[in-house]
Each structure stands twice: as C-alpha cells, then as structure tokens.
Design a protein around this ligand. Structure first.
Ligand SMILES: Cc1cc2nc3c(=O)[nH]c(=O)nc-3n(C[C@H](O)[C@H](O)[C@H](O)COP(=O)(O)OP(=O)(O)OC[C@H]3O[C@@H](n4cnc5c(N)ncnc54)[C@H](O)[C@@H]3O)c2cc1C
Ligand SMILES: Cc1cc2nc3c(=O)[nH]c(=O)nc-3n(C[C@H](O)[C@H](O)[C@H](O)COP(=O)(O)O)c2cc1C
Length: 592
C-alpha cells in the first residue's frame, strides 16, 4: 500500500517503531489494513493494551549519546521497560537536546558511548562542552543515573560515561544508582542496570509496576533476528576487489537475507559474529600446554576448551581487564610492574596478542577454566552496508579489508576480516544482524546535494547511498571523494563509479592515489584543492559524509574542512559553521 506515515517527530512512536510501522503498512492490502486497525482497537477496548493514563509519571528523560546506534537501541529498550512499570519516559538525543532544558530535568537517565581516544560521540560534543563549562547550571533538582558503553580494548574505557557521572554529581545532582560501564557484550549488564534504576525510580516516584521485571530478550523477541539472535546468512559472493600486485586485500561480499525479514537503509551497518582461526587457537593451546580436550564450564554447560576458544572467547586481542585477571594467576612481578606503568603497558600492547602474554609471562598450574575466566566474549564485528535493498532485494553487501600483519615474530590476522575473507566455505552461513545507524543517513529530501568522502573501505556506505539515489531517481547533485594506494589496482568499484558518472547519478568524483607519485596525496588534499566549490556546495545546503579510518583520515578531513570554511568566512567563524553543520545533521561521520 502506498501510504506515507507522518514524520516520526509528529507521532508518539520511537524511531524503530516508526520504521517498523512504515514497512508493515507498505505490505498490507486495504482489507488487511482494515483488519489490523480493528484488531488493535479491540485490544485497547478490552484493556489488553494498556493506555497510559494522565497520572503517568512523565518527568523521566533518557538522554542518549550514540555514534553507531548501540546506546540508542538500549534507550528504546529502557523506554519500553519503564512503560511496563507505569513510568513514562521521553528519549532525547544529545545532538537535539536543548542545553537550557538541563536545569529543568528532574530524573535524568544518561546512556552514552565513548569514541576516538576517550571522546564523546559526535552528537554529544556540544552537550559535554556545555556541561564542563563555567556556564553549566546547578543541578540540585536532579536525580540521575549513567550507563556507559565502551570497549575495554581501549585505554579510556567508557570515559564519556565516567565524565557524565562525575560532572552531574559535581553540579549537585543526586545519583539514583551507581554507574555501570558496559563492555562489548553489554546486554546483560545493561539490562541489570536498567532494572535496578527503574526499581529505584518506581519506589521514589511511588508508581505501581504494571508488569514484573521485563528482560531485553523478551522485548527483542518481537523481531525474529537481532544482535542477540543473529540470522544465518548464506554467502553468495566473495570477490577480491584489488588487482594483482596490490598491497591491499579488499573483499566485496554479498550475503543473502532471504527469509530473515531483515531490512536496512543506506548508512546502516552489518554486525557479523566471526569465529577464531583454527591455526591461531592451535598455537595458543600449544603455548598454554593444553590440548583442547580439557573440559570447562561455559554458560552453565560443559564444553571442550578448543570449542570454547574457537567460537565463544576473544582469544587474540588483549584488554587491560583481561591482563589484570591473568596477572593474578601468573603471579609475576614483571607483569605486575608493567600493569602499573601506563607508557610501558601501551608499548607492550602494541602488536601483541594473548599468545604473547601467556608466552612472556607463563603461569604455573594454570587450569583451563581459570584461563577462560580471564577472557571476554568474542564481540561481533561491524561492516558498513555497501548496498541498497532497492537494487538488491533480500541481499546485503559489505566491503571488507583483510587485516594481516607481522608483529613480534608472528604473522597476525584480524579475526573478523579474515573469517570473512578466508574461512567461509561454499554454502556456509554467517551469523549476522543489522545495526541501525540513525546518525549516518541520506537527506530526507532527494534533491539535497551530497558530498561523500570515503577512502579505502570508507567507500562502502557510499555505494549504498548512490545505489539508493539511483533507485529513487534523486535529483540532488552528488560528489564523491575516494582514495587508496594505486589507481591500477586499488580503485574499488571503479566500473560502477564510471557508469554512475556517465549516467549522471554521480555528479563529480575526485580520486587520490597516494602511492602513484612521489608526493603522497590524500582525500583531504583534494578537498583543499576544490575548497571553493566544496564551500559553495555547502552553502547550497549539501550534506557532507565521511567514512573510513578514524585515527588519521577523519581527523585530517575535519581539519581540511575547517580550513576551507575559514578561508571563506575567517577562522573565528569556521568552528561555529562546522559545529552547526554537525548539529543540523549535515555533517555525519561513520568512522572506525
Ligand atoms: C561502524 C563501523 C563500520 C565499519 N565498517 C567497516 C567496513 O566497511 N569495512 C571494513 O573492512 N571494516 C569496517 N569496520 C572495522 C571492522 O569492524 C573491524 O574492526 C575490522 O575488520 C578489523 O577487525 P578484525 O576482527 O579483522 O581484526 P581484529 O582481530 O579486531 O584485530 C584488529 C586489531 O589488530 C591490531 N592491528 C591491526 N593492524 C595492525 C598492525 N599493522 N600493527 C599492529 N597491530 C595491528 C589493532 O590493535 C587492531 O585493533 C567498521 C567498524 C565500525 C565500528
Ligand atoms: C573508532 C572507535 C573508537 C572507540 N573508542 C573507544 C574508547 O576510547 N573508549 C571506549 O570505552 N570505547 C570506545 N569505542 C567502543 C564504543 O564505545 C562501543 O562500540 C559502543 O558500544 C558504541 O556505542 P554506540 O553505538 O551507542 O555509539 C570505540 C569504538 C570505535 C568504533
């Protein structure tokens, strides 16, 4: 049925609910739609769906700061959990949040991730700056609780959550419940935090729970496949995009989503659950003097050590908490000293894996169970979706750079990328889910110009963007910046871009091949070279997107953008101009 829902903000629905409803309506016949309408009305009339009463407590704000959507998904879940207890909450994204509103918040539940090297997500920066500025108000009226999302593989684990928690207290707010810092397997700790916070709030606000504790899994079960219940996707195609002689190995993979009911939009990300490489596990077992047949308990069930290491545990990357737990078993003075010297520890961690740790600091009488108890769960790997569903129904495409490098005398390989590149046989399935990324989306108006900057695998979402714009017949101009090492071997999806340029779907393309000439040239140099036109596009309302390497590229591109704007309106105004672009969601980044 061709019916368009009103904009999300004009409905009482969450982003996900709005999205689901839109998709649902699209497949209904008029008779089916009429039946569904009557059915829902009947449920409400019979009190089978509770209608919030005007007495509901509405003074709870869930304030969410998210880059890739995990915190956003949790905020939606918390919203539903709260509703089950008669607590009405409103979700506000940090990027849209009115700073002056902070003074009026009575109950503030913060869910926020950490990015870069201990930095806030892009859309949380302004709020964090305000909170830590002299302008920050007294928050004595406020009760709060903070859930931090992060990855203990990073030095500054959950730092933004830590900063919020400390600062809100400094400003006079009262903590409802202690902060929880979630690692990559955040589901159960997030769920425990939510239930504890909501219990406490129910008591303080004297609401009567409408249902008992709800679990995230019971909520997640409304959709068949999710991060918790991944879909086994059949591999359809695995092609190396680089030409012979390239130093790069970039794979284009096509997977089938048929029968999954999973959908996605350009800008969304595919989550993949990999397994470890068998030869890596064999080498680790050998170093530990285990043979893999040792029995361990995993999730209350018995398992062979080999199987657990192969598919359940992170068996390569060292995290600081892992190292600390292992140090208690190893009882080694040098290891203890290392853990207390930040610089030496960072040096040690560079290029080393768990196999090096157990070889360098062996632990006598280590049991298999004690060893796995030091490890964390193998986290899923994320890949920007490189296809539009409109052009490839029931399929999802990704662009994966195989991570392989030598270090400290061993050949290393990235778990997820080489799982996808090397270890999936014909007819094999891969456990996947869709990670919605509301912070990296095409403009709603297809006539809006777009500028896309995506060197290396950063090109992936722009293939999806351009496919989508072609499918909907978008009239807006589009400009793509791409870069890699060599024109001859590394021009990813070259034939497709040439076709789009010819047909006019892509208006402009500028490419930087860094190793084709003496002086290295990168996308940021091309931006500078065409700075005047780029600024003119921005003045016409263009949206600017950056995808790819976070450490160097995204930073250099940001600086280039600031310089381009500064040369037009002066450096004093350039910061504000770019910050406003970000705030208006016209400058979005998907960087990793
Ligand atoms: C939102 C998002 C989107 C992404 N999209 C894409 C995408 O489209 N395509 C893509 O290929 N990747 C993408 N990634 C990255 C991807 O998720 C994985 O991080 C990447 O594939 C590496 O994972 P791995 O399991 O192969 O490597 P891991 O086993 O996780 O190992 C990677 C680690 O190895 C170490 N390392 C790597 N190289 C070296 C070296 N030369 N010297 C020393 N140490 C080194 C580093 O510590 C690094 O963190 C994305 C990430 C995010 C968060
Ligand atoms: C490029 C990049 C940098 C990151 N930096 C940190 C960090 O410094 N500290 C941390 O605890 N987590 C870090 N993380 C992990 C994220 O915080 C974690 O994946 C979180 O679940 C993301 O939540 P979100 O999707 O709501 O943004 C980083 C992740 C990426 C991709």
């Amino acid at each position: 049925m061709q019916i368009l829902l009103p904009e999300r903000s004009l409905t009482p629905l969450s982003d996900d609910q709005h999205h689901l409803l839109q998709q649902f309506i699209a497949v209904l016949s008029p008779e089916q739609a009429a039946w569904v309408g009557g059915y829902l009305t009947g449920l409400i009339a019979n009190n089978l769906i509770s209608v919030p009463s005007t007495d509901d407590i509405i003074d709870i704000t869930i304030l969410v700061g998210s880059q890739t959507g995990n915190s956003e998904a949790l905020s939606e879940q918390m919203h539903s959990l709260a509703a089950g207890r008669g607590l009405k909450t409103v979700i506000k994204k940090m990027g849209d949040y009115k700073l002056l509103q902070l003074k009026a918040e009575k109950n503030l539940l913060v869910i926020v991730s950490t990015y870069g090297e201990g930095e806030p997500p892009d859309n949380a920066r302004e709020l964090v700056e305000y909170l830590f500025s002299k302008r920050a108000p007294s928050l004595k009226q406020m009760q709060f609780a903070v859930l931090g999302l992060g990855d203990s593989g990073y030095e500054f684990f959950c730092k933004t959550g830590v900063d919020f928690d400390r600062r809100l207290e400094e400003l006079g707010a009262t903590r409802i419940h202690p902060r929880v810092d979630c690692d990559v397997d955040y589901e159960s700790s997030a769920e425990a935090w939510m239930n504890a916070v909501l219990n406490e709030l129910s008591i303080r606000l004297e609401t009567k729970p409408q249902t008992a504790d709800l679990s995230l899994s019971s909520l997640a079960s409304t959709s068949a496949y999710s991060r918790k219940h991944p879909f086994p996707a059949l591999l359809l195609e695995n092609i190396v995009l680089n030409g012979r002689g390239s130093l790069k190995e970039t794979h284009h993979l096509e997977l089938s989503l048929e029968g999954s009911g999973l959908t996605y939009e350009p800008g969304d990300v595919l989550g993949v659950y990999p397994t470890n490489a068998p030869d890596v596990i064999d080498a680790l077992l050998q170093t530990l003097h285990f043979d893999g047949t040792e029995r361990i308990t995993l999730d209350n069930k018995e398992s062979f050590l080999y199987d657990a290491l192969f598919s359940h545990y992170e068996a390569t990357a060292i995290t600081r908490p892992m190292m600390q737990k292992y140090a208690l078993l190893a009882n080694n003075r040098k290891l203890d000293q290392l853990l207390h010297d930040r610089h030496k520890l960072n040096d040690y961690l560079h290029g080393r894996e768990i196999i090096d740790l157990v070889a360098d600091f062996p632990s006598d009488q280590l049991s298999a169970q004690a060893f796995v108890d030091c490890l964390r769960k193998l986290p899923p790997r994320l890949y920007s979706i490189a296809s539009s569903l409109k052009q490839h129904p029931d399929e999802v495409h990704i662009t994966v750079a195989a991570v392989r490098y030598p270090s400290h005398g061993r050949d290393r390989k990235g778990v997820g990328s080489t799982f996808l590149a090397d270890r999936i046989g014909e007819d094999a399935t891969i456990p996947v889910y869709i990670d919605r990324n509301t912070n990296f989306k095409l403009p709603a108006d297809p006539s809006t110009p777009i500028i896309m900057i995506g060197p290396g695998t950063g090109i992936a979402p722009f293939r999806a963007f351009v496919e989508e714009r072609e499918a909907v017949g978008a009239s807006g101009k589009s400009w793509l910046f791409f870069g890699d090492q060599h024109f001859e071997t590394d021009f990813l999806y070259q034939a497709e871009w040439l076709r789009y340029l010819k047909s006019g779907v892509l208006t402009r393309m500028n490419v930087a091949f860094s190793r084709d000439r003496q002086q290295k040239i990168y996308v940021q140099h091309l931006m500078a070279e065409h700075g005047k036109e780029l600024y003119a596009w921005l003045q016409e309302g263009a949206h600017l997107y950056v995808c790819g390497d976070e450490k160097r590229m995204a930073h250099d591109v940001h600086q280039a953008l600031l310089r381009i704007v500064a040369s037009e309106i002066g450096s004093d105004n350039a910061q504000d101009y770019v910050a406003n672009l970000q705030k208006a969601k016209r400058y979005q980044r998907d960087v990793y």
